[in-house]
Design a protein. Structure first.
Length: 553
């Protein structure tokens, strides 16, 4: 067990074990297969699996597949891929709420026989009307006092498919005057003549989430049902069902969900972005989905470290997205090999370098990990540098290349600009420079200094690539107060097809990640196999979180 971690959930678990409430810790991650997982789910995944590991227990993966109108096998497989990618293994402990449909039906019959559930003919609108409000009590259904025998017959007829969708429901008989709206005779079953992705056409009535969830936990022997704060008001109902059935009683514990700036944490909203073509699928690298982050190049360790760092709280808060990016950058800085890539090339001709000469220079693969070794990069008379690294009439604090000024080329030589060529529109098309052969790979022997080092690539050896450059998905920081579609950032994706890279990237495979020196971290996209080299920008080099942290002090 990790003795270094402590929080209110871990303290509760320790107390429960000490007092003998549970012999073994058994948690679960219970996603609904109605969309792809997002970064908010990562917090719950890490928590449940890590608790099981710390306390030498078990964590189940259970799909709460109780709504066939929204669930698909695609989502099941995507969820499993994402959890495995994060580094967690549920082994043989994979379950589905649909596995328990017969048992849940039997539980419902038991409640009916005990006078604790009844079949109601009110339609959904009437049920909402009868429910009351936060300030006024609800009104009892006219069907609430049906006899046990009539309820049993009608419930069986519901199961047999004798009634149309929406015509009847099974409700728990609790208290229509309860101050907790969840206790005002909640719906347990609804009629839906829909084919289920696992049970096919066997059922035409399906349990609600509130009814299936707690009983599924009980069936699996879960000790601690850990969920987010929005389920706190559902806890009395969770416990009422278990108490009425007199079955194994897990303890429900709630923690604050993860909220990020410039981000929505709702599968429903994310599905709208996908369906209405705001983005290019669930794994679009702009999306906060785990599949999107994987495609963008976020390392799973960075996500786990982020989830650990933000900790657990009992009240809602919002974390700056830059904090997540900080962990991504920190991880990649240690692991990513370096290459040089020029995003907006400006041609440079080194006039005094022999036209027929090529040479190879030695470059360090990762200064943070010297065991990564070195590589050879070609150098020739014509190179590319970044357009932004040259100014014809530079301001006072611009130290990069300018007419008459000398700079260092990374791993290569000092060069001095001696001429500027422009096209018919007055735009700079190429530079002419000279180089000092005595400065190869280091300082000038005469001790003269330069104030800038530029990255570059050899023009004839370089390879082209498509870069996909990403910005925040939403322009608004707090999406809870704004229409998320109106806040969609139309400039969240820019395509750069001018980039030139070191030739070592020519054989890059999908999934590889590099640091383009002085530019940022880039991940090879799966489209590389069909569209030539394609890179997603994972993160820039500047740590925006450090700036925010200083500002907030």
């Amino acid at each position: 067990m990790d003795q270094g971690k402590t929080d209110f959930i871990r303290e509760t678990i320790k107390k429960d074990l000490k007092e003998g409430r549970y012999e073994k810790i058994h948690t679960r991650f219970p996603p609904e297969p109605n969309g792809y997982l997002h970064i908010g789910h990562a917090k719950a995944i890490c928590l449940n699996f890590e608790l099981a590991d710390e306390f030498k227990g078990i964590c189940n993966l259970r799909f709460d597949d109780t709504n066939p109108t929204k669930e698909e096998p695609e989502y099941v497989e995507a969820i499993k891929r994402d959890i495995a990618w994060l580094g967690f293994d549920w082994g043989l402990n994979e379950y589905y709420a649909s596995d328990y449909f017969p048992k849940l039906y039997d539980f419902a019959v038991k409640l009916i026989k005990g006078g604790k559930a009844y079949v109601c003919d009110l339609d959904p609108a009437q049920i909402r009307e009868y429910r009351g409000t936060l300030t006024s009590p609800g009104k009892e259904s006219p069907y609430r006092e049906r006899t046990v025998e009539e309820n049993l017959r009608l419930f069986e007829d519901m199961r047999s498919g004798k009634f149309p969708d929406g015509s009847r429901v099974l409700r728990a008989k609790i208290d229509m005057a309860s101050p907790n709206l969840n206790m005002r005779d909640p719906v347990m079953y609804r009629i839906m003549h829909q084919r289920h992705h696992r049970t096919k056409d066997k059922w035409c009535i399906y349990p609600t989430y509130d009814w299936a969830h707690g009983q599924s936990d009980s069936i699996e022997g879960i000790s601690h049902s850990i969920c987010t704060l929005e389920f706190e008001d559902h806890r009395p109902l969770y416990e009422w069902f278990l108490d009425q059935l007199k079955i194994h009683h897990p303890r429900q514990l709630e923690f604050a969900r993860l909220n990020l700036t410039h981000t929505v944490m709702s599968k429903r909203m994310l599905k709208i972005l996908v369906d209405e073509k705001y983005v290019n699928g669930w794994d679009d690298p702009r999306m906060p989905t785990l599949s999107g982050m994987r495609r963008r190049g976020y390392p799973p360790d960075a996500i786990r470290n982020f989830c650990s760092a933000i900790g657990l709280a009992k009240s809602e808060s919002t974390i700056e997205i830059e904090y997540l990016e900080h962990f991504v950058r920190e991880d990649l800085n240690r692991k990513a090999p370096r290459v040089m890539g020029v995003l907006n090339p400006l041609k440079v001709i080194i006039d005094n370098y022999p036209e027929e000469k090529d040479e190879e220079l030695e470059a360090i693969n990762n200064p943070e990990d010297l065991s990564a070794g070195t590589r050879k990069i070609p150098f020739s008379r014509v190179i590319y540098i970044e357009k932004e690294d040259f100014m014809e009439d530079p301001p006072k604090k611009f130290y990069r290349l300018a007419p008459g000024r000398e700079v260092r080329l990374r791993y290569a030589y000092f060069i001095r600009c001696i001429g500027v060529k422009k096209d018919g529109n007055g735009n700079i098309s190429e530079l002419h420079c000279t180089y000092d052969p005595s400065t190869k790979g280091g300082d000038a022997p005469d001790g003269r200094k330069v104030r800038a080092t530029l990255h570059w690539v050899s023009a004839k050896h370089s390879v082209g690539a498509e870069l996909r450059l990403y910005d925040k998905l939403f322009t608004t920081e707090d999406l809870s107060k704004n229409d998320f579609k109106k806040s969609f950032n139309q400039k969240s994706l820019k395509i750069n097809d001018l980039c030139r890279l070191e030739p070592s990237t020519r054989e890059a495979e999908p999934g590889q990640i590099y640091q383009f020196e002085r530019v940022g971290y880039f991940h090879v996209d799966p489209d590389t196999t069909t569209k030539g080299l394609v890179f997603n920008k994972t993160a820039g080099l500047k740590d925006q979180w450090a700036k925010i942290k200083r500002k907030n002090k």
